[in-house]
Design a binder for this molecule. Structure first.
Ligand code: ADP
Ligand code: MG
Length: 612
């Protein structure tokens, strides 16, 4: 069975190796067993059911929550030469009839549809007569009320086992919590399922966390590193989306805006322009993202702190689905903490406690200064099997531990006490750096013994440290105005019984990330850019997203191998038979003329040093 699967993977998708747990997931389903697969975004869950669909007799039905997701996957399958179709409310009558015809003639290997359609009696009858090989439930966490995307229509899927008796079910999700996993198996009535849970680490994501100071400036620094590449910028508020997208557009960036306050029409247009690469950047609230399978998102920026690490993992996880390096920058502020806390305050007691715990963990992540990959995994109850992830600001040496951090802590803590635990972080920082601000002079706080104790430092650094001390539990923010007070742990630090660590951001990373080095290894960048332009024009002609024609990983591999003929072209990762037939000629022509012009060699042999 595995040989057949391997052959299909190479022929249709052009991949010669599996990602972790893919072979297990594919053989389990192809062997007729209910299978629950939990893998992070970008791990390659779709192939876990798409490949068996090709190798098994009959028609595989895929349940999918959003039309945009169905469309994307069906486009991608068609480009690979797999017979796939979707049935959704956006089709014309003629298109729908065409699909029904194909089902009856048994011409399809995969059919995508929404849950309510699948559970419709008449439709189920039609399908049964077409010999269903299995049913795949994508984004399966939508069935669970405990998940972050519960969809009532998914609940009907509980009847799948009755309606399609004997047909195996595959369920796929990136949701890492145990409660949701169990709920999925229960709700779908899976019988003795094979449960496959992978590592939640995303080694190709490079996490960087800093306090937000100047939204536009900090965002533009990220954009400078990613000219012409696709990225998502998240803001907490709609107003911020409107403002930031306007500023970026005025500065000449190709940008679209997305939030729930915009008319549906406009939202859809923004999303389409981003997917179709008419714009590089989308500025959005978290309303944007589900249903985005765009594989070449090279950065995700948060200009505010999400309310939990689960949310952060979800949102930042939309970067780098293709496995290539991608940057996730989080700019947090103390004010975000207050915002979420205010929201939490309105919840019933139990929920409030959970929310505030999650919020504190999130804030601790921002201010803590331990390996970001490590921290995220620990949150999900997993651990990293290496000390240095090589892909976060901490491990890349971009954060420096401040010398005599415990002395500075003592000064901060005693200043908070001198201020009678009645002032916020900004004010306290001002007193510590010896500001001549009117408020301070009027309150005569310039006479405090702690006034100006940290006048060697800039106010923004002192403010950073105060937030770090809150995140590490030495200080707490209380009451309506979030005044600082000293915790038990803070009192111990004052006595010198604790060793707090304070961090400071260096301008440049000390080390270059390994992830970046590896994925560009041997790639002729100029050729890559040339091929990228060609890809855009091919995609525009076919009216499909660029990454559906070829992923970035495939383009880089072409620019690395520089194949001279179809046989060598087929060796490129992500080039299957159909893509070779369809695009081989035009791609090869471009590669030939580039290599001739630049005088560079072709057919580079990589077998000795193949990355990934
Ligand atoms: P998920 O649904 O888990 O978020 P996808 O199925 O969308 O992930 O896959 C993410 C990317 O990984 C896609 O671009 C896909 O082509 C690629 N991919 C999947 N499996 C492999 C593989 N075995 N080798 C190389 N690339 C793969
Ligand atoms: Mg998926």
């Amino acid at each position: 069975m595995i040989d057949k699967i391997r052959a299909a993977l190479a022929e249709y998708w052009g991949y010669r190796s599996f990602r972790p747990l893919q072979p297990e997931a594919m053989t389990s389903l192809a062997g007729g067993r209910d299978t629950l697969v939990v893998l992070p975004t970008g791990a390659g869950k779709s192939l876990c059911f798409q490949v068996p669909a090709v190798t098994m007799p009959g028609l595989a039905v895929v349940v999918c929550p959003l039309i945009s997701l169905m469309k994307d996957q069906v486009d991608a399958l068609t480009e690979c030469g797999v017979a796939a179709a979707r049935l959704d409310s956006s089709l014309t009558v003629a298109e729908r009839e065409d699909v029904f015809c194909k089902i009856q003639n048994r011409e399809l290997k995969l059919l995508y549809c929404a849950p309510e359609r699948l559970m419709n009696d008449g439709f189920a009858e039609t399908l049964r007569s077409a010999d269903v090989s299995f049913i795949a439930v994508d984004e399966a966490h939508c069935v669970s009320m405990w998940g972050h995307d519960f969809r009532p229509e998914y609940r009907q899927l509980g009847r799948l086992k009755q309606v399609f008796s004997g047909v195996p079910i595959g369920a796929y999700t990136a949701t890492a919590t145990d409660q949701v996993r169990q709920d999925i198996a229960e709700q779908l009535c899976l019988s003795n399922p094979e449960v496959l849970i992978g590592s939640f680490d995303r080694p190709n994501l490079i996490y960087k966390v800093q306090r937000l100071r100047d939204r536009v400036k900090q965002v533009c620094q990220v954009l400078d590193r990613h000219q012409g590449e696709s990225g998502i910028i998240y803001c907490i508020r709609r107003k911020e989306v409107d403002q930031l997208s306007a500023v970026l557009a005025a500065r000449g960036h190709r940008v679209a805006a997305y939030h729930a306050g915009l008319p549906a029409e406009e939202r859809k247009r923004s999303q389409d322009r981003f997917i179709g690469e008419e714009v590089d950047i989308i500025v959005a609230t978290v309303a944007f993202g589900m249903g985005i399978d765009k594989s070449n998102v090279r950065y995700v920026v948060h200009t505010g702190m999400p309310k939990s690490l689960e949310h952060y993992q979800q949102e930042s996880g939309r970067a780098g689905r293709d496995g290539l390096e991608a940057e996730c920058c989080l700019f947090y502020g103390g004010a975000d903490y207050h915002t979420w806390k205010r929201f939490a305050a309105e919840l019933p007691e139990e929920a409030r406690k959970v929310s505030i715990d999650k919020l504190n963990q999130m804030f601790g992540f921002c201010t803590g200064g331990t390996c970001r990959h490590q921290e995220i995994l620990a949150y999900f109850g997993q651990s990293l099997d290496k000390d240095d992830c090589g892909a976060c600001d901490v491990c890349l040496g971009q954060l420096e531990c401040v010398e005599n951090g415990h002395e500075i802590t003592q000064k901060i803590v005693s200043c908070v006490l001198r201020l009678g635990e009645q002032y916020g972080a900004g004010y306290t920082a001002q007193v510590l750096v010896g500001s001549r601000d009117k408020r301070i002079l009027e309150s005569r706080h310039d006479l405090l013994s702690t006034y100006g104790l940290l006048d060697d430092f800039e106010k923004r650094h002192v403010h950073d440290w105060i937030e770090q001390l809150v995140g590490q539990g030495y200080l707490a923010k209380t009451g309506e105005f979030n005044v600082l007070c000293v915790t038990h742990k803070g009192a111990s630090a004052l006595k010198g019984l604790e060793q707090p660590r304070l961090l400071q951001v260096l301008k440049k990373a000390v080390k270059q990330s390994r992830v970046v080095q590896d994925s560009w290894e041997g790639v002729d960048r100029q050729l890559f850019e040339t091929l990228r332009k060609l890809r855009s024009s091919l995609a525009a002609k076919k009216r499909v997203p660029a990454y559906v024609v070829f992923g970035d990983a495939a383009l880089r591999d072409m620019a690395r191998r520089r194949p001279s003929g179809p046989d060598r072209f087929l060796e490129v990762k992500g080039v299957g038979r159909k893509k070779c037939q369809q695009y081989g000629e035009v791609m090869l022509e471009t590669i030939h003329s580039y290599c001739a012009e630049q005088g560079v060699g072709m057919d580079v042999d990589l077998e000795t040093s193949a990355p990934r």
